[in-house]
Ligand binder design. Structure first.
Ligand code: GAL
Length: 466
């Protein structure tokens, strides 16, 4: 695996061919002044051998790295070279900023991790290569889950290659800690609270939690699903009905978020002053939380199943060492995010990009990659009996047409990059400010939704899920 700076590769200022060219030109007109300023100081283009594909992504933890290396190794077998453009930062906030900056400077990578609505935005500007030929050749409409296929398709064109499906509404329980302390594994909220009390009494911090905004909001969306149920969640995040934001379920989930975070705070010494004094947990990377959980320094963790991949890299196995339950109230639902790699248009490497896309969708790669990453294959024809019980459960749920599948807000399945960031910020402020009531935060979210809704409706709403 080579780690190389992304070379200047996409130097064509011509509008990409076909659909979206007009929108692209409009976007370009807006960006042009900035581009000219930046171009003036930009370095001379460097030539990039055709078989090299620069890939911008945010997989930097041990398991993410191993999963990316797996893809790179399979590519090498086909004469393609993955030139790594990793940008650290869980949830991809920093990576997307770098991608914007590089594209503005006409130094776009050839391949980029672009998920959900961000991918649609880039496709709308005509910046992504259409992969309809690949999809047809490899029969994606038959082999991929319909929900995945619809996620990859913008205005009837396939604009990205799929990697894996993550489930977000997981509650991980460290089995060794529960067993050592003879505490029953909780099934519901009262059980969680009882367990937390017993863990505290034993000197163990019950919950691993980070104040990093995307992590706070990832917990929030899973709690919201539990309180609201899939139908109301959809009305809020997919239909964007302002009235749905009036529902008391929203206030309840904000309250739950604060309570959950409280279970990660150091125990208050007896006699210490109480009141609305903010206590910070620090914006710790998600991998630190996983390490704490794995070492038994905390016993419960709500997050996406990339954590399961990471636990695997630390030698822990789902089902044996930790239990993967759904967040209470969400057992039947699948709060999903789908990882996709988009191919940037006009890079002069279309053949290689298409070859890589074909490989990403293949059954063997799907199995190898997802086993490491913690996500599950995007294809319905892949045998998953070799995956751990947690992955099998996620796969079976996603595959069942009766399952309510709802899109993750935080991981770009529902709102534009800007819209989702605004919601994350509002939830984050509430979580850290004890002076703000859940009712006040609910009003802020309602206001925000009203402001976002007219212009932020997705170009292509996620497939209806029940
Ligand atoms: C998600 C992404 C996952 C995982 C996670 C933590 O947005 O879909 O693949 O990497 O962030 O960084």
């Amino acid at each position: 695996m080579s780690y190389t700076t992304i070379h200047k590769s996409n130097t064509s200022a011509d509008a990409p061919p076909g659909r979206g060219g007009k929108i692209w030109r409009m976007g370009l007109a807006l960006l042009l002044p900035t581009m000219l300023v930046l171009e003036a100081g930009a370095a001379k283009p460097l030539a990039e051998p055709a078989a090299e594909l620069t890939v911008l992504h945010w997989w930097t933890s041990a398991s993410e790295r191993a999963a990316a290396d797996h893809v790179a190794a399979r590519m090498a077998e086909q004469g393609l070279r993955w030139v790594d453009g990793a940008v650290a930062g869980g949830g991809g906030g920093a990576a997307i900023k770098v991608l914007n900056e590089r594209t503005l400077r006409r130094m776009a990578p050839k391949v980029a991790q672009l998920n959900g609505q961000s991918m649609s935005e880039w496709a709308d500007m005509g910046l992504l290569l259409e992969l309809d030929g690949v999809a047809q050749r490899r029969n994606w409409s038959r082999t991929l889950f319909p929900q995945v296929m619809s996620q990859l398709t913008v205005r009837n064109h396939v604009v990205a290659a799929p990697l894996g499906i993550h489930r977000i509404n997981n509650l991980y329980l460290n089995k060794a800690v529960f067993a050592q302390q003879r505490i029953e594994l909780p099934q519901d909220w009262p059980g969680v609270l009882r367990a937390a009390k017993a863990l505290r009494a034993a000197g163990i911090t019950p919950v691993a939690f980070s104040d990093e905004p995307w992590q706070v909001a990832t917990v929030f969306e899973a709690l919201l699903l539990g309180e609201a149920g899939p139908a109301l969640y959809r009305r809020m995040m997919v239909e964007r009905e302002p009235q749905a934001f009036d529902d008391p379920a929203l206030e309840r989930s904000l309250r739950r978020l604060r309570d959950w975070r409280g279970l990660a705070l150091p125990a208050t010494p007896p006699g210490a002053a109480s009141g609305p004094q903010p206590v910070m947990l620090g914006e710790r990377p998600w991998t630190d939380l996983v390490a704490d959980f794995a070492a038994g320094r905390s016993a419960m963790l709500i997050t996406g199943d990339w954590a399961r991949g990471e636990l695997g890299s630390l030698g822990l196995e789902g089902g044996r060492d930790f239990d993967c339950r759904a967040v209470p109230g969400t057992a039947q639902a699948h709060l999903y995010s789908i990882d996709t790699l988009a191919m940037l248009a006009g890079s002069g490497a279309q053949a290689e990009q298409e070859k890589m896309a074909e490989l990403l969708g293949s059954a063997t790669l799907q199995l190898g990659y997802n086993r490491i990453k913690g996500s599950v294959p995007v294809r319905r024809d892949v045998p998953v009996d070799e995956l751990d019980p947690c992955a099998q459960q996620s796969f079976a749920l996603f595959a069942n047409p009766a399952t309510p599948r709802v899109p993750s807000l935080v991981h770009r399945m529902a709102f534009s990059e800007v819209g989702k960031n605004a919601i994350i910020e509002t939830v984050h402020r509430f979580a850290l400010d004890p002076a703000q009531t859940p009712a006040a935060a609910q009003r802020k979210l309602q206001g925000l939704l009203r402001a976002l809704a007219p212009q932020a409706a997705p170009t292509q709403p996620p497939r209806p899920a029940r």
